[in-house]
Design a binder for this molecule. Structure first.
Ligand SMILES: *Cc1c(COP(=O)(O)O)cnc(C)c1O
Length: 377
């Protein structure tokens, strides 16, 4: 927390606005839309809820197809299933780790040939790095398919000067406890389509018709953010730029200390983009480094250091076993390689230099002994 949260929470208590409505909610939405530069924003109970509503607003229902990045957290795709639609997963490319324009083109061409285009494409910006939006937008526009931009991990990142999350028809963000700013739990839906955002507010508050009695003609949800949590969000938004700076510094220190080790490759930052570096991610080349990321994570755990694997691609998840998947190239599956070779290091905005130095020394030691064994043969 930044320290200012109490002020907004107290205001909510003093005015007795303890509800999923109220002045903090309205102000948080306005301040957020101003920050990212969209016409409007609707605050919700989670990022997952925001994806669900974005798909619903596009009109996705039973039997429809939705394309989605495969290298992501399961929440990107679960809402496709909520709506009874069918997910099809698209591989990553190496320069951003995000959706491959080549795989997307192939998938759209095939879908068109089969006479059934997807109703939306969910593009994820992994660990803060923006996907190749120029290419992805051009392809999607050609086929007339809207993009939902999952910017849950990339708030504060830029793509060619534009805020991450504002490049698709809808953008979604998460304020879950692990994200760069948090309301403990929460999310945001952004768009330049104010009517659609109004509709999302209606749907997120149980879809109550304009009548004095309780009348309902469509299915609604209880997805609004509470006025107390919106107060937390307002204070968090004020420190977002500092958080981005801190996370980038964490990344830079890791990259400087470990980047020259043979076989260590840090997640790239595509030219013209600016990543919030939500998590510092890297890969270990198995041709040079003997230890797998999974074993390194276990060894770090013994030192009380929590590292994590890269998200397991969704097309490999038992939940999505029956779903179609389009690799980057015929025999090149980039997401599987990133999963097998990648890991995320402790990257909190409040990580101290001393803590980070300790992590670096231990990783260096673990990697160097592995390298040595390779050289000795
Ligand atoms: C965290 C996350 C979500 C879900 O957000 P919640 O607020 O936890 O529902 C969706 N997509 C990605 C890529 C995420 O990292």
């Amino acid at each position: 927390m930044s320290g200012n949260e109490q002020k907004y929470i107290c205001e909510a208590f003093e005015t007795n606005w303890i509800a999923p409505l109220g002045p903090n909610v309205d102000e948080f939405e306005k301040e957020f839309a101003t920050y990212v530069g969209t016409e409007g924003a609707a605050s919700l109970s989670s990022g997952t809820a925001a994806i669900h509503l974005a798909l619903e607003l596009i009109g996705i229902g039973r039997g429809d197809i939705v394309f989605c990045s495969t290298l992501t957290f399961v929440a990107s795709a679960n809402p496709i299933l909520y709506l009874g639609a069918e997910p099809i997963f698209i591989d990553s490319e190496e320069e951003t780790w995000n959706m491959s324009p080549i795989a997307l083109t192939r998938a759209l061409e095939e879908a068109q040939a089969n006479g059934k285009l997807p109703k939306a494409v969910i593009v994820v910006n992994l660990y803060g790095q923006s996907a190749k939006f120029d290419e992805l937008l051009e392809i999607c526009n050609e086929f007339g398919v809207p993009i939902v931009e999952d910017a849950a991990e990339s708030l504060g990142s830029l793509y060619k000067g534009k805020q991450s999350g504002t490049l698709g028809h809808f953008g979604i963000y998460s304020f879950n406890g692990n994200k760069i700013i948090t309301t403990s739990g929460g999310g945001m839906l952004v768009s330049n389509d104010l009517n659609a955002l109004d509709r999302s507010r209606f749907l997120s508050a149980q879809a109550r018709d304009l009548a004095s009695h309780y009348q309902h003609s469509t299915i609604g949800y209880n997805y609004r953010m509470s006025n107390i949590l919106a107060g937390v969000g307002r204070a968090q938004l004020q420190v977002l730029n500092e958080r981005v700076k801190a996370r980038r510094q964490v990344f830079d220190r890791y990259a400087e200390a470990l980047g020259s080790i043979t076989g260590v490759h840090f997640m790239p930052e595509l030219q013209g983009t600016f990543s919030n570096r939500w998590l510092t991610a890297l890969t270990l080349d198995p041709k040079v480094i003997q230890i797998t990321p999974f074993d390194l994570i276990k060894k770090l755990e013994l030192e009380n250091i929590e590292a994590r694997p890269v998200w397991k691609p969704l097309h490999l998840q038992p939940l999505f076993e029956a779903c179609k998947f389009y690799p980057h190239e015929e025999r090149v599956i980039v997401s599987e390689k990133l999963f097998a070779e990648g890991l995320c290091l402790p990257s909190g905005s409040n990580l101290t230099i001393q803590q980070q130095d300790r992590i670096i020394i231990i990783i260096k030691r673990l990697l160097m002994t592995q390298l040595l064994q390779v050289e000795i043969g």
